[in-house]
Design a binder for this molecule. Structure first.
Ligand SMILES: CC(C)(COP(=O)(O)OP(=O)(O)OC[C@H]1O[C@@H](n2cnc3c(N)ncnc32)[C@H](O)[C@@H]1OP(=O)(O)O)[C@@H](O)C(=O)NCCC(=O)NCCS
Length: 167
């Protein structure tokens, strides 16, 4: 998949990630030191944006679920009465500071929604954990809905973005 001069593809340890700097030491360290092990153990999948074989953005996906009772009432009343609802969690999303504000974060999010939508495993929504207020405002901007009891955890029902997803 191509977005401007970036290419989004599955993580491979041959890609250069040594200088990746998102402004969040935890997210940078995860990419340098942890992600490969998580992929090997099937704890997460990781997709990266490349600029000349260098990683300039990434996100992770893993299967998850939420409790029907935790959803806002106007959302849960539309769903079947199963106690849990299948989702996919985007555990991490980060863009290198030198590449911020160029549409890359939005492109990575769109890519995650697209992959989740086209997966053969059903998921009702993409879930995210906002690490701080900047992330929270980014997700609100893209239509994510916060859980009433956990405002830093948000979800986006895939059906609501169907029109944005490529066939
Ligand atoms: C949050 C982050 C991923 C955004 O990436 P980015 O490449 O700068 O964002 P984009 O240029 O793709 O912006 C896409 C859209 O989101 C908007 N946006 C970007 N950051 C935003 C913010 N903090 N609050 C609200 N809207 C924001 C842009 O205005 C743009 O809007 P438009 O499509 O309507 O024009 C990036 O700043 C980042 O990596 N931050 C550090 C790590 C982090 O906070 N990760 C979040 C997950 S925990």
């Amino acid at each position: 998949m191509m977005y401007a001069s970036f290419r989004i593809t599955a993580f491979d340890k041959m890609y250069d990630r040594r200088t990746f700097n998102s402004g969040s030491e935890a997210l940078d360290r995860y990419l340098r030191e942890q992600v490969n092990q998580d992929i090997r153990r099937h704890m997460a999948a990781c997709f990266v944006a490349l600029s000349n074989q260098r990683i300039v953005g990434y996100y992770t996906l893993a299967s998850a679920s939420l409790l029907l009772a935790d959803l806002p009432a106007d959302v849960s009343k539309e769903l079947p009465r199963y106690p849990t609802v299948p989702t996919v969690r985007m555990g991490r999303l980060a863009v290198d500071q030198a590449f911020k504000g160029q549409g890359l974060g939005g492109a990575l999010l769109a890519d995650a929604l697209n992959r989740t939508w086209h997966s053969e495993i059903a998921a009702y929504a993409l879930m995210v954990d906002a690490k701080n207020d900047t992330a929270l405002s980014f997700y609100h901007h893209h239509g994510f809905i916060a859980f009433p009891e956990s405002p830093m955890v948000l979800f986006l029902p895939l059906a609501t973005v169907k029109g944005l997803i490529s066939s």
